[in-house]
Design a protein around this ligand. Structure first.
Ligand code: PMP
Length: 361
């Protein structure tokens, strides 16, 4: 059996020890004689798995007590609708920072539901290569919150600061949650699709501050209602039990194998620094993002000659370096360096890139 190095943007690499543990427990979970997939979500076994996962996540991120942690479905995309439905009550406006494709989708969904959208800052003019500075944000006075995307997964553009504003901050952390420590108390809502740093697809994490649970629309569907979900322990209906269990195993891996988020952040910083340094030193590869806003999770790069894209990808795959093709909307390459991508993978990628440049550049 060979596990190749996987640079996919999502669903992304999972830690091998997590998959090994899941394999061990697959048919017979801890002597219960059945798989986690086959358990009632209301059984004591599964409730214990769910509670442990939440406790570990709370510990990893030092989540304050006045926040609920929800384990939901629908992906981060459903949060584009659920956030305004829960926070904008009977109507109103939200501020948005526009730094790429995902932030745009969040705006579009809010608009679609009839809510007001005010763009309080944008990186569009510069081709999304640098996030707007705090001093340049122009917030609408009557907006109920400010929404932004911490890390734009496609553009590889990341905030290097947490906006300091008077309204609750709502942040799409899909592609960078758990990559480093985070001061959760700065936010009203944090959400993330699981399929990057958290676990497999099908699970969405939402952290919401208690005082925001009573601002929802009157006619909100039960499954979209943060308060109803919080009161039911995220079990208004059948939750994605196996994804929840695997996320719990990832949290244990972060705590025990890695040693927490400080240690994870140091590893991630090294991985990103060495790949960007290799790109900057080469004559073939380039990345356009302002250095302060370069994503540590998603590193897009282009080759000076587009005709080399195909051979680059084919040879990379042959070398066991998978999923380096950039998003279909932008082309080029993208190496995603999430938590489960080991330093050895990045070293192998850098060596391959140097060798390719020497032969074909
Ligand atoms: N936001 C960001 C930053 C993302 O990277 C993605 C998925 N790549 C989404 C939202 C959408 O997530 P999902 O597919 O879980 O709806």
């Amino acid at each position: 059996m060979t596990r190749h190095y996987n640079f996919c943007a999502g669903p992304a690499a999972l830690p091998t020890p997590v998959l090994e543990r899941a394999r061990e427990e697959l048919l017979d979970y801890q002597g219960r004689g059945l798989s986690v997939m086959e358990m009632s979500h209301r059984s004591p076994e599964f409730v214990a798995i769910a509670e442990q996962a939440e406790a570990d996540l709370r510990e990893l991120l030092a989540v304050p007590e006045n926040y609920k942690v929800l384990f939901l479905q629908g992906g981060a995309s459903l949060q584009f609708s659920m956030v305004p439905m829960n926070l904008l009550g009977k109507g109103g406006t939200a501020n948005f920072l526009y730094t790429g494709i995902w932030g745009k989708k969040a705006q579009t969904e809010a608009k679609q539901l009839g809510f007001g959208v005010h763009v309080a800052g944008s990186s569009e003019a510069g081709g999304h290569t640098e996030v707007p500075a705090q001093a340049d944000l122009t917030l609408s006075e009557d907006a109920a919150y400010l929404h932004y995307t911490a890390n734009e997964t496609i553009g590889g553009l990341a905030f290097d600061y947490i906006p300091d504003v008077d309204v609750p901050l709502v942040c799409d952390y899909s592609s960078s949650l758990l990559a480093e420590p985070l001061d959760v108390s700065r936010f009203g809502v944090i959400y993330a699709g699981a399929q990057k740093n958290i676990g497999p697809a099908g699970l969405t994490l939402v952290l919401v501050r208690d005082d925001l649970l009573d601002r929802r629309c009157e006619r909100i569907p039960g499954l979209f209602d943060y308060r109803a979900m919080a009161e039911a322990g995220s079990m208004v209906n059948t939750p994605p039990t196996y994804a929840w269990y695997l996320a719990g195993r990832v949290f244990q891996w972060l705590k025990h194998d890695i040693g927490g988020l400080e240690a994870m952040a140091a590893i991630n910083a090294r991985k990103a620094a060495s790949l960007y340094a290799a790109i900057d030193a080469s004559g073939l590869y380039s990345n356009p993002i302002a250095v302060r806003n370069r994503s540590r999770m998603n590193v897009p790069f282009v080759l000076a000659d587009e005709r080399l894209d195909k051979p680059f990808l084919a040879e990379a795959e042959e070398a066991g370096l998978l999923n380096l093709k950039g998003h279909r909307s932008v082309g080029g390459m993208r190496a995603s360096l999430y938590n489960a991508v080991p330093e050895a993978a990045v070293e192998a990628l850098i060596a391959f890139m140097a060798d390719f440049e020497q032969r074909r550049g």
